[in-house]
Design a protein around this ligand. Sequence first.
Ligand SMILES: NC(=O)c1ccc[n+]([C@@H]2O[C@H](COP(=O)([O-])OP(=O)(O)OC[C@H]3O[C@@H](n4cnc5c(N)ncnc54)[C@H](O)[C@@H]3O)[C@@H](O)[C@H]2O)c1
Length: 414
Amino acid sequence: METLKIGFIGAGFISKFQVRAMTQLNNAEVTGVYALAGAEELQAYAQEHGVGECTVYGSIKELCEHSDAVALYIPNFARIEVMEEIVDAVKGGAELKGVICEKPLARTVEEANRLVELAKEAGLATSYHENQIYMKSIHNALNQLSPVQKAMGPMALARSSEEHAGPHEPWFWDPTRQGGGVLADMGCHSIAVSWFVLTPYGKPVDFLQPVSVSADISLLKWGSPANRQKLLDRTGVDYSKTPAEDFCTGIVTFKNPETSQLVKGQFTNSWMYDKQGLRLLMEGLGPGYTFEVNTLRSPLEVFIGDEAAEAVADAESALEKATASRGLLAVQPNEADLYGYVDETKATAEAFLAGKEPLLNWDFGLEITKLIQASYMAAERGVTIDLTDAKVQKELKTFRSLVSQGKGGELFYK
Ligand SMILES: NC(=O)c1ccc[n+]([C@@H]2O[C@H](COP(=O)([O-])OP(=O)(O)OC[C@H]3O[C@@H](n4cnc5c(N)ncnc54)[C@H](O)[C@@H]3O)[C@@H](O)[C@H]2O)c1
C-alpha cells in the first residue's frame, strides 16, 4: 500500500501521541522530524514503534525536501514563521502534497487568515487536525441515528466539553504565547464537535451557518494566591500579572439555511477538573433521540493500593493528564484511537495521496478561530455577538482578546 511520508515539525506531546496513532495505520509513516528540542528522542520513539525512519533534519527546508507532507506539531505562537519557511521550501522545489496543522489553527483571526493565504500561495492541500470530530464513537452515533434523524428531524442541541486539571507545558498557561486560556486551547475542540454533531447527516461540515455567540470566561481555581504560587513555581507563568481563564462556557447558535431552524451548540471547558484525568463529554439531542459519549467510562478499571503505589512510575499510562496513580483508576487502553488521532491521520493520508483535502481543511480551522474569538468578545463585553452583522465580522478580523494581550486581570481581578 502506498504510504504518505509525513515530516513532523515539533517533537513534543502531540508528536508522540501521533506516533502511537500511526502504529495503527498502514497508509502513513514518519519519514523525518525537525524540532527545536526533542527530535532525537522522537526519532528513537518512532523507530521503536515501527512507524518510520524519522530522520532528524537540521532545517525545515531539508525536511520538506524529503517528505510528502509536513505536520505543524509546534506551539501556537510558532505557526506563521514555520509556515513561511515551508512556503519558501516549496518555492525552492520541495514537492509537498499538503500540510497538516494541529488545533487551534491560530491565535487570532488575522493569523488564521495569514496561514490560509500562505497555504494557497504554495498550492498546498491542507488538513486541520481536530481529532474529536474523527472519533469513532461520534461517527458511530451519527451513522446509527441517521435513519431516525431522517424520520424525526435533525439534532437541535449538542453539548460538548473537554476538561482536565491543566496543560503539561508552561507555554500553554501563558496567554500571550498560547492565545488565551482554556477557551483558546480546548474550546476549539468543543465548538467544532458541536457544529459537526448538529450538522444534518450527509451535509458538508460548514452547512450550518453560525449566527450568534454568547459566552462566559472565568478564573475559578488558578487565580487564588496559593494556586498562583503553585503555577508560578511549576511553569514560571505569573497569574497575578497575566491570568487566563481556567473555565469557559457558551452557546453558539447555528441556522439551517434550508429550513431556517435554529440549533444550539453548548460548550464547556476547564483546566480545573480534578478527577482521574481528561474527560470528553459529548451529547446530541434530537426529537425523540439522543446520544452520549463519556471517555472516562471504560470497561477497564485498575485498582492500586497505597502499598503498591510506590511501584507505579508513570501515572499517564492510565489516561491522558492523569492525576492519580493509586486507588480505583479509569484506564483507557487505546487513547490514540479513542480520541480520533488514528482516523484523522488515516483520512489525511488518504486525501493527500489522492490529491485532495480531507473532511477538515484550514478553511474550517479559520471558521473555528472566528467562533473562538467571537466567544472572547462576547465574554469580555457581556453581550451576545451577532455574527450576521457585517460590522462584527470586520471587527473580528483584527480582534485580540484582553486575555491574549496579558490583560486578563481587568476581567478576573475587578
Ligand atoms: N489534538 C489535541 O488534542 C492536542 C493535544 C496536545 C497538543 N495539541 C496541539 O499541538 C500543538 C503542539 O503541542 P504540544 O503539546 O506537542 O507542545 P510541546 O510543547 O509538548 O511540543 C512542542 C514541540 O515543538 C518544538 N518547537 C517549538 N517551536 C518550534 C519552532 N519554531 N520550530 C520547530 N520546532 C519548534 C518544541 O521544541 C517541541 O518539540 C499545539 O498547537 C497544541 O494545541 C493538540
